[in-house]
Design a protein around this ligand. Structure first.
Ligand code: PMP
Length: 376
């Protein structure tokens, strides 16, 4: 009955691209729990306190019906104030928040210009939306500008939407956000910055790399809760009119059960920790510097400068083999292969979190250096 699916799975296996789920094992160099909050006493206490004061586990319905809870609104107020935007709208995840932005906001006749490495959730949104889309070479501000100029020259009359991440999830690098905003300003466009991997980690008080531009009329940011904040969910930070429009027009908001009020309460506590306690962020920054030096010294790989350290291996099978060897030594490192990354750039994605210390990082890169010598 499922021959087509079976054939597809065989095809993936033939290419060395079959994926499967496995249980957690080894030292965490893979998760996005950058600040170590997911399993922290602070968030466990916040959960217990929220339960003790009667916060419900489930919302029971859409936000527009009975599912709206004070905890959602308290969280959104806290998020808007923390990130510095006029309003926040909370979703069950960053994926659905990105999908919502790009399927709902750019209109027919508009143009979305996006970095070529933009997250899959933006692609899904664009596919469902009505605007044209153009892919721009990675981090090339001038190419964003040129694409909009070309579009205007052939009669493009709508609004350009510039889509970029502030910290790319598989490369760990960042664009010139001020430069992108200048392009948006020049063309009466909107700038949408996905801060998923910067939330809680980068920028003043962990408010992200677009923090200086929050609150502007033509800036929307997306922040996620499932990475440094240690819970699950996503925010769209935007001017009030846009929030009101989404509440009225965004199908993923209107027709989905509201996120758990309990998780909303815990996430508010996570924002409070991030906002008031710079110590975790500073510890992570020290670990990032240490790891970058070790990666360069031992493996001759130039570090990204962020907590996401890609080590490009190239061929899919070679990347999988190096990852497997590290896993055998007790390090939880995953190979990232196409289509998540471009063909020929299969890599290890090493994520640094406060779940590891410097000695562990040093032993990882010692092992990696040995495996890379063997693979060469
Ligand atoms: N944007 C980026 C850049 C991401 O890396 C991710 C997570 N993989 C998302 C959005 C989706 O966020 P979430 O995991 O909260 O759904």
């Amino acid at each position: 009955m499922h021959e087509k699916f079976e054939a597809d799975l065989r095809d993936l296996a033939g290419k060395g691209r079959l994926r499967s789920l496995r249980s957690r094992a080894g030292i965490d160099f893979t998760s996005n729990d950058y600040l170590g909050l997911a399993e922290s006493d602070e968030l466990k206490r916040a959960a217990a306190e929220a339960i003790a004061r009667g916060v419900p586990v489930g919302s029971g319905g859409s936000r527009l019906l009975r599912g709206n809870h004070d905890e959602h609104e308290a969280l959104e107020n806290e998020a808007a104030s923390y990130f510095g935007a006029e309003t926040a709208l909370y979703f069950g995840g960053g994926y659905v928040a990105n999908f919502t932005i790009f399927s709902t906001l750019p209109q027919q006749g508009d143009l979305v210009v996006h970095d070529e490495l933009i997250h899959a959730s933006v692609h899904e949104g664009m596919r469902r939306g009505r605007a044209e889309a153009v892919s721009i070479p990675h981090n090339n501000v001038d190419a964003f500008d040129a694409a909009i100029v070309r579009w205007r020259a052939v009669g493009g009359k709508g609004r350009p939407w510039i889509s970029a991440e502030s910290l790319y999830s598989m490369d760990g690098d960042s664009p010139d956000i001020a430069g992108l905003l200048a392009v948006a300003d020049r063309h009466d466009g909107m700038l949408v910055v996905d801060e998923a991997h910067a939330t809680g980690v980068l920028g003043p008080q962990g408010r992200g790399l677009a923090a200086a531009f929050e609150g502007r009329d033509n800036v929307i940011t997306l922040h996620t809760c499932g990475k440094a904040l240690g819970t699950v969910g996503g925010f769209i930070l935007a001017p009030r009119t846009i929030r009101d429009f989404l509440v009225n027009r965004a199908r993923p908001f209107i027709f989905a059960t509201a996120p758990s009020p309990l998780v909303a309460a815990i996430t508010r506590a996570a924002i409070h920790v991030s906002r008031t306690n710079p110590e975790r962020r500073e510890r992570l920054a020290r670990l990032v510097r240490f790891a970058g030096d070790e990666l360069f010294r031992r493996c001759n790989v130039t570090p990204s400068g962020s907590q996401i350290l890609p080590v490009i291996i190239g061929a899919d099978r070679a990347a999988v083999a190096v990852a497997a060897s590290l896993q055998q030594r007790g390090f939880d490192i995953r190979a990232i292969r196409p289509p998540t990354v471009p063909e020929g750039t299969a890599r290890l994605r090493i994520a640094l979190t406060l779940n590891v210390d410097e000695a562990t990082v040093a032993s990882l890169f010692e092992a990696l250096a040995e495996d890379m010598r063997k693979a060469a």
